[in-house]
Design a protein around this ligand. Structure first.
Ligand code: CA
Length: 226
């Protein structure tokens, strides 16, 4: 994380100061903005490695910034700083291209851990074989192995698992998943995802009723934890 450039867009002085001090102490270069206009400008010009983005901001809100970053073609990780009890806002932000969120008041240590994971992943090249638990997903061979034996997956289960693997650690809405895995197919509903998740869990989870890899995020969607 040392040497990474972090953009923090936050209009609450105490939160901004706390975040800035923390990331500076980790050796990061920290760029800050206290309103949406300055935040938008920096997001598009400062080439940050990670963006911590408040939603309710003076002038331009965080959603618009999120949208503009993705419209510019950047895939920089974006973590939204959101207020409590606003699941719909979180879903909106994730659908606009944010990767994750923390709910205020958040634990700084948790946010740092999450930031660290994003920074590592952003730099690492995509791997051919993705490992989690006792499973190995071979992306080029389209095969899943568990404990040495091959596990049969349907085409949709494979696509879903490959998508989860490529977005590990990120909060994914049902809408994200539907678009990425099912595309424009008209016969699918969010329930189709839930059904596919259920069959996939039965194949990869040590305890499908208490999943450790494919986690449900209530009212939002799923998060794959490797
Ligand atoms: Ca705010």
């Amino acid at each position: 994380m040392t040497g990474s450039r972090i953009l923090i867009v936050e209009d609450e002085p105490a939160i901004l100061r706390g975040l800035k001090d923390t990331f500076v102490s980790k050796g990061c270069e920290v760029v800050t903005a206290t309103d949406g206009e300055a935040g938008m400008h920096l997001a598009l010009s400062a080439k940050p490695d990670l963006v911590l983005l408040d939603i309710m901001l003076p002038k331009i809100n965080g959603y618009e910034i999120c949208r503009a970053i993705r419209a510019s073609g950047s895939d920089v990780p974006i973590v939204m700083l959101t207020a409590k009890g606003q699941e719909e806002d979180i879903v909106l932000g994730l659908n606009l291209g944010a990767d994750d969120y923390v709910v205020k008041p958040f634990k700084i240590r948790e946010l740092v851990a999450r930031a660290n994971a994003f920074l590592r992943r952003h730099r690492a090249a995509p791997e051919e074989v993705f490992r989690f638990g006792d499973c190995a997903l071979n992306l080029s061979a389209h095969k899943l192995f568990r404990g040495g034996g091959e596990i049969e997956l349907t085409a949709k289960e494979f696509s879903l698992l490959a998508y989860f693997a490529s977005r590990a650690g990120r909060a994914l809405t049902r809408n994200d998943i539907l678009n990425a895995v099912w595309g424009n197919s008209v016969m699918v509903t969010p329930r189709s995802i839930d059904r596919c998740v259920t069959t996939l869990r039965a194949k990869i989870e040590p305890d499908p009723h208490n999943p450790e890899f494919i986690r449900t995020i209530r009212d939002i969607g799923y998060r794959f934890e490797a």
